[in-house]
Design a protein around this ligand. Structure first.
Ligand code: NAP
Length: 250
């Protein structure tokens, strides 16, 4: 079995996840690049990594589907034979709506993808990395959002609540598995320039909100990836249960 560590990045095909995949490969990780629908984007991330001498594989799967999650982790087992890190990055927003306008379908989808998906992926990772299961230890980084603190009124309070759940999950899981060799942390990105805003019907959101950020600009996916890779790395060996704002002061 190769000694080279392996990380699975959910939603690794675009945005923050793709930046995490590229940086992880540069820092010596072998990378599972999960995607939901955009095979082409995942293949492009894999190609960029392999062209630079790294190792990566595209892994399909919807984190809103439990069977898909099981299949994703089986693919990691088959492809790499080990797991050392998980970045729970896949997440969705929705169109701006007040809470009193939201359908039950919308709220359930939001929570299924952003919360249930992250918890189920973490469970799969713990079963592979925890010393309780004869694993070698590892690190999990959950991708929360400043929305967890700010609430996203009139835009997507359901999304904000899903990210607040991620914050609490991070603290609880960190304490649950700390003695088993697994560190669990989170980042809270602020306004980051990705396709996410367009997927919520607001393609100009990052540019329009830049003046409201203390640093007067939106962040880049690579700036979030730097923080995530730090939390995954041995440099963060005594850091667990922490939530790092990557938000330009927002
Ligand atoms: P993005 O550009 O919209 O990319 C989303 C990624 O997640 C894509 O790779 C997509 O795969 C994947 N994905 C979506 N639904 C999925 C599902 N059900 N199962 C598996 N993968 C799925 O988003 P982003 O801005 O990079 O956001 C990444 C994370 O950062 C999210 O958790 C988001 O909430 C968080 N965040 C973002 C911002 C921001 O300003 N951008 C701020 C705070 C927090 P496909 O390519 O196959 O569609």
């Amino acid at each position: 079995m190769s000694d080279t560590p392996v990380v699975l990045v959910t939603g690794g095909s675009r945005g923050i996840g793709a930046a995490v995949c590229r940086l992880a490969a540069r820092q010596g990780w072998r990378v599972g690049v999960n995607y939901a629908a955009n095979r082409q984007a995942a293949d492009a991330v894999v190609a960029a990594i392999t062209e630079s001498g790294g190792e990566a594989v595209a892994i399909p799967g919807d984190v809103g589907n439990a069977a898909d999650i099981a299949a994703m982790f089986s693919a990691v087992d088959r492809q790499f034979g080990r797991l050392d890190g998980l970045v729970n990055n896949a997440g969705i927003v929705d169109y701006p709506q007040r809470v009193d306008e939201m359908s039950v379908e919308r709220i359930e989808r939001m929570l299924r993808v952003n919360v249930t998906g992250s918890i189920l992926c973490a469970a799969e990772a713990v079963r592979r990395m925890s010393r309780r299961y004869s694993g070698q230890g590892g690190a999990i980084v959950n991708v929360s959002s400043m929305a967890a603190v700010l609430g996203s009124a009139t835009q997507y309070v359901d999304y904000a609540a899903s990210k607040a759940a991620i914050d609490t999950f991070t603290i609880g899981l960190a304490r649950e598995v700390a003695a088993e060799g697994i560190r669990v942390n989170a980042v809270r990105p602020g306004i980051i320039e990705t396709d996410l805003h367009a997927s919520g019907g607001l393609p100009d959101r990052a540019r329009e909100m830049a003046p409201s950020v203390p640093m007067q600009r939106a962040g880049m996916p690579e700036e979030v990836a730097d923080a995530i890779l730090y939390l995954l790395s041995p440099s963060a060996s005594y850091v667990t249960g922490s939530i790092l704002n990557v938000s330009g002061g927002r």
